[in-house]
Design a protein around this ligand. Structure first.
Ligand code: AMP
Ligand code: GLY
Length: 419
C-alpha cells in the first residue's frame, strides 16, 4: 500500500523510518518532511495545515492510508475532511482532538468520567481570575485553553507573577485566541510521566513506556522544552503503575468516549503526575509524543502499518503487538538558545562518522544542495538500542559528539541518571 505521513519533525521521521520497508508498504510519502525524512520517504512540498491540498494529493496519488503526525491539523479537523472524501486516515477527528485542542474540554471530560485530575476553574474574565487567584495557593498552574505550541502552561510562584501571567495571556493575547479562556488549576507535586495508548472503538492498549525529559538542562533544571530526550522502557512506569493507569485512566477514557459519542481512533497520549494521592492526569494529547515515539519505535518489532490499518477498521484487539526486549535511548540535539529564540541555517556535519547502530531522526533540518542545515529548535534525535537503557545511552553519548553544528546543545544525563 501507499502511505502519506503528514508532518515534518522527529516524530514523522521515526514513523516514516518504521513504515519504510514494512511488508505490504509499497511507498511512503511525507508532507512536508525534512532533510532526514527524504532518505526514507518521498517528501511532498505541502504544509501539514494545508488540508485541502493534502486531501487532493491523497486522492490523486491513490494513497491507501494517511497518518497525521502533529496536533494542529488534527485539531483543525483534517481527519473529518479526509473521511468525507472517502480517504482512510489515522488520527482522531475534530471532535475528539478537542481533548488536546481545549484544556477546558479535557478537564470537563475527566471530571465527567471520574478520571483523577488537578482541581481547576476556568475564567474568561481577567478581573474575576485575579480576584480568585490566591485561593489556589502558590505555585499555581495557569493554562491558555487553546493550542499554544506547547508553551501555553505557565506556573507562577507568587501573586505578582500570576497576575502578570494572566495579563500576558488574557489581555496581551500572547497566544492569540488560545487565551480567550484560561484554566487555572492546583499545582500537583510528584513525579511526571506519560503513556501512549493505541485506541479504536472497542480497544485501548498502552504502548511500551517512554520517559520524556522536558527541562532543557541536566537534573531537570531550566525552562520547559518540547522534550530533550527519552528512554524506553521507563523506569518510573512500573507494572503496578501500568495496571492502575490502565484501569483508572485508559479504560475510563475509552468508556467516556463511548458515553459521549466520541469516535476516537488513533493515539491517546496521557500526561500523568504520580502524587501522594495516586496518579492524576495532567493532560491528554491526540498524537504520538515526540521524542517519546522515537525511542518506542526503535523497539517496535510488529508492523506499524498493520497496527494503524487495524485501528482504522476497529480490529485492534486482533493484533499481536511485539516489542524488542532491548531498551532504547534518544537524546535531542537543539539549536543554541532553544527553547528561547535561536538561529536557523547552521550547517550540520559528522553524520558519516557515526557507528552503524546509531539512528538519527531529524526534527528540524533542511537540505541546501549537498548540505544539511538546522531548521528548528530541536534539530536531531540521536538514538540507539541496546540491552538496557544505560547501555543504549552509552552508545548515544559515544557518538553524539561526532555531530557538529554551531550552537548545538544537548543534555548529558538522558538514561544515565534516572532515579
Ligand atoms: P500540560 O500541557 O497540561 O501537560 O502542561 C505542561 C506541563 O506543565 C506538564 O508537563 C507539567 O510539567 C506541568 N503541569 C501541568 N499541569 C500541572 C499541574 N496541575 N501541577 C503541576 N504541574 C503541571
Ligand atoms: N514530548 C512531549 C510531547 O510530545 O508533547
Amino acid at each position: 500500500m501507499k502511505i502519506l505521513v503528514v508532518g515534518g519533525g522527529g516524530r514523522e521521521h521515526a514513523i516514516c523510518w518504521k513504515l519504510n520497508g514494512e511488508e505490504n508498504v509499497e511507498k511512503v510519502y511525507c508532507a512536508p518532511g525534512n532533510a532526514g525524512i527524504s532518505k526514507v520517504a518521498e517528501c511532498v512540498d505541502i504544509k501539514a495545515t494545508d488540508i485541502e491540498k493534502l486531501a487532493d494529493f491523497a486522492e490523486e496519488n491513490r494513497i491507501d492510508l494517511t497518518v497525521i503526525g502533529p496536533e494542529v491539523p488534527l485539531v483543525m479537523g483534517i481527519s473529518d475532511v479526509f473521511k468525507e472524501s472517502g480517504l482512510r486516515v489515522f488520527g482522531p477527528d475534530k471532535a475528539c482532538s478537542q481533548l488536546e485542542g481545549s484544556k477546558l474540554f479535557s478537564k470537563e471530560f475527566m471530571v465527567r468520567h471520574n478520571i483523577a485530575t488537578a482541581k481547576y476553574k476556568e475564567y474568561t474574565d481577567i478581573d474575576k481570575a485575579i480576584e480568585e487567584i490566591d485561593s489556589f495557593g502558590y505555585p499555581v498552574v495557569i493554562k491558555a485553553d487553546g493550542l499554544a505550541a506547547g508553551k501555553g502552561v505557565i506556573i507562577p510562584t507568587n501573586r505578582e507573577e500570576a497576575i502578570e501571567t494572566l495579563n500576558t495571556i488574557m489581555k496581551d493575547r500572547k497566544f492569540g485566541e488560545a487565551g480567550n479562556l484560561v484554566v487555572v488549576e492546583e499545582f500537583l507535586e510528584g513525579v511526571e510521566t506519560s503513556i501512549l495508548a493505541l485506541v479504536d472503538k472497542n480497544t485501548i492498549i498502552a504502548m511500551e513506556s517512554s520517559k520524556d525529559h522536558k527541562k532543557v538542562y541536566e537534573n531537570e533544571t531550566g525552562p520547559n522544552t518540547g522534550g530533550m530526550g527519552t528512554f524506553s522502557p521507563s523506569t518510573i512506569y512500573t507494572d503496578e503503575l501500568a495496571e492502575k493507569v490502565y484501569n483508572d485512566v485508559l479504560v475510563k477514557s475509552l468508556e467516556g468516549f463511548k458515553e459521549d459519542g466520541l469516535d476516537y481512533r488513533g493515539i491517546l497520549f496521557v500526561g500523568l503526575m504520580i502524587t501522594e494521592d495516586g496518579e492524576k492526569v495532567l493532560e491528554y494529547n491526540c498524537r504520538f509524543g515526540d521524542p517519546e515515539i522515537q525511542s518506542i519505535l526503535m523497539r517496535l518489532d510488529s508492523s506499524l502499518s498493520e497496527i494503524m490499518m487495524a485501528i482504522t477498521e476497529d480490529r485492534l484487539s486482533e493484533i499481536d503487538i511485539k516489542y524488542s526486549k532491548d531498551a532504547a535511548t534518544c537524546v535531542i540535539m537543539a539549536s543554541g538558545g532553544y527553547p528561547d529564540s535561536y538561529e536557523k541555517g547552521k550547517k550540520i556535519s559528522g553524520f558519516e562518522d557515526l557507528d552503524d547502530d546509531i539512528v538519527v531522526f531529524h526534527s528540524g533540518t533542511i537540505k541546501d544542495g549537498n548540505d544539511i542545515l538546522t531548521n528548528g529548535g530541536r534539530v536531531l534525535g540521536v538514538c540507539a538500542k541496546a540491552k538496557d537503557v544505560e547501555s543504549a545511552a552509552k552508545r548515544v553519548y559515544e557518538n553524539i559528539e561526532k555531530i557538529s553544528f554551531d550552537g548545538k546543545h544537548y543534555r548529558k544525563d538522558i538514561g544515565i541518571k534516572y532515579e
